[in-house]
Design a protein around this ligand. Sequence first.
Ligand SMILES: *Cc1c(COP(=O)(O)O)cnc(C)c1O
Length: 391
Amino acid sequence: MSMPLVYLDNNATTSVAPEVLEAMLPYLRDAYGNPSSMHDFGGHLSKVVDHARGQLAALIGAHPDEIIFTSCGTESDNTAIASALETQPTKRHLVTTKVEHPALISQMNFLQKKGYEVTFVEVRPDGICEPETVRAAIRPDTAIVSVMWANNETGVINPIAEIAAAVKEKGVLFHTDAVQAVGKEPIDLSVTPVDMLSLSGHKLHAPKGIGALFLRRGTPFRPYIMGGHQENGRRGGTYAVPNIVALGAAAELAGAHMAEERRRVTALRDRLEAGLLERIPAVHRLGNPELRLFNTTAVSFEFIEGEAILLLLSENGVCASSGSACSSGSLEPSHVLRAMGLPFELCHASIRFSFSRYNTDADVDRVLEVTPGIIRELRRISPFTPPELLR
Ligand SMILES: *Cc1c(COP(=O)(O)O)cnc(C)c1O
């Protein structure tokens, strides 16, 4: 596989930062011990794990003992929900939204089959989940409410502080899937009343195979992965030292770069968006234009298929995405865009470009150079294109 010319699919996964690779290499090469061992060769690595835990905790305003390392964002999400049900066996109702990641939606569907009741709350046409809608869905038997911090397909950012406050007012557990927000948005859990929060390394320039669950002190908890005494008995499995070191390093880097990256990447993203809207007719920008991640733009091109656009972009060395990576491959339109009430045709014709700190002005130039021709060509062969658009 040759290197893509332009990688604009960072909400699907990111490259491992060079600093992160450097930080983890010693623990792949030589320092391969087990932190739980009695001998010093392994045992001293528990200090390395503690250091990484501190780095990650600092990024989100948590105490180090509130961080549980997991294998991925999906495991963190599944753990949070399962724990809420295990610790409150009489509560059989859950609340989430219609726009969650498949990590959450699949588990909720599974729980429904097991006899639990799930309320999937609506979002606004701009993708925002309103605190009032969430509050209204809560019942006396609600075990947990889970609302994502930022959406992976549109980048839309929910008012999580307000939602969390509304849920806590009712005395119910609150979880948020913050996989897309951590490392991009400032997060301070010392002031935001979230009980549990999921994050994933490979969305912030650490490798795949490492995630974490924030668990607020005092929150009742049952492990999901049962095993040894790792993570204070909260998650079994030998510490993945290289990956944990990587996530710590990536968290520190993200914190150090965040303000500068926001400024620089917002400018790139906005130039791409304005360029597409200016050069191509019948294009729509999706989701709330202000309340969204600075790295994400989702657009929809009338009369053509998102998948066709992706293939031609790929032939031109540009990596983007249509809908979520998990639902691409099937031609089902995105559940997120459908929940926003977008007409069926526009759901099918959506493309997401997502930036990272490694994108440049040249990347934006390349996309603006190739996309108008691709759209024109696809519209020329589409039976749905009105003739006036082809002139
Ligand atoms: C990527 C992603 C996940 C899943 O994380 P993995 O580490 O790939 O399991 C969950 N939620 C959101 C919002 C995501 O973007």
